[in-house]
Design a protein around this ligand. Structure first.
Ligand code: NAD
Length: 270
């Protein structure tokens, strides 16, 4: 069965990537590509805009109503204010949504909750399939290895990144701290410098490497007596988020009403 997908924020970096993934998926059809009123790309062909060689016949359109009537699910990567407005329309039209916009304020988060009371919604701060599996594997590995394995999180990103550690590394630390019964904020030790003394039990070291054009690497080092286990995820580009979001779109159609995340989509909670 083909899933009819609308993309909201269609001219953005993520929107174009999602359009490219939808168009390359035999099980999906691009039902609509939505952009904000006044955007210079309105009227352009969605496929050509996403870098495909051939036109799709779907033009970028600012009419949300019309788009929601044509689709079974909408994928949103835009901004908090536009996400909030979109989700209110989805609630009226009973259209399920896959929401990837981050930095959501209280009103936008409430719009997600409100929509999830009437249709199924997938909301995730990171749609990468590999990163979500990494979190689940790290949680399990920490539980299995026991307390005498020291935990260190190492991440590397390109030299333009301005914040550290990455949100993904913070979430990883959160996951492994909880798996060990630790308070994440108290356990984290950021980079070590000077005469810091021997490592204390219960510390989780966090280290941010910056350089070149590395899209995003994350490693959990588990150093035990006489052995070391390392779990690493390497991201090569933003397409990983688009692939995860399209997988979520297929999954969410026909689900019971409720709020889901990628661990539900990937069956990681079982
Ligand atoms: P971007 O600025 O390139 O694209 C956003 C697009 O949304 C723009 O084209 C903009 O014109 C459009 N837009 C704004 N208002 C709109 C409206 N009212 N209707 C329709 N479209 C509208 O940003 P981006 O890099 O594509 O990221 C978008 C969001 O996705 C950000 O919040 C980013 O942090 C998030 N993101 C999430 C994940 C994840 O895995 N969850 C991954 C990457 C990015």
């Amino acid at each position: 069965m083909t899933t009819q997908i609308a993309v909201h924020g269609a001219a953005g970096r993520m929107g174009r990537s999602v359009i490219a993934v939808v168009l390359s998926d035999a099980q999906a059809r691009l039902a609509a590509a939505i952009e904000r009123a006044g955007h210079a790309a309105l009227g352009s062909d969605a496929a050509l805009l996403s870098g495909a060689p051939e036109a799709s016949g779907v033009a970028l359109d600012a009419d949300v109503e019309r788009a929601l009537e044509r689709c079974q699910v909408v994928i949103d990567f835009s901004g908090p204010e536009s996400t909030r407005a979109l989700l209110a329309r989805c609630a009226e039209k009973r259209v399920p949504a896959v929401v990837g916009t981050t930095g959501m304020d209280a009103a936008a988060r409430e719009a997600v909750q409100a929509l999830a009371r009437v249709v199924p919604v997938v909301f995730a701060a990171n749609f990468s399939i590999g990163v979500n599996v990494l979190w689940a594997l790290c949680e399990r590995a920490v539980q299995l290895c026991g307390d005498d394995f020291d935990l260190e999180v190492v991440e590397m990103h390109h030299h333009h990144k301005v914040d550290a550690p990455s949100g993904t590394a913070l979430k990883l630390t959160d996951v492994i701290a909880r798996a060990r019964g630790l308070e994440p904020g108290a356990a984290a030790v950021h980079g070590r410098s000077g005469l810091v003394g021997a490592r204390r039990p219960g510390e989780i070291g966090m280290h941010a490497l910056r350089g070149g054009d590395v899209f995003g690497d994350h490693t959990l080092v588990m150093a035990g007596p006489g052995e070391r286990l390392e779990l690493t995820h390497r991201a090569h580009g933003r397409e990983i988020f688009a692939r995860g979001a399209v997988r979520a779109a297929h999954w969410v159609v026909g689900r019971p009403v409720g709020l889901y995340d990628m661990s539900d989509v990937l069956g990681l909670k079982a």
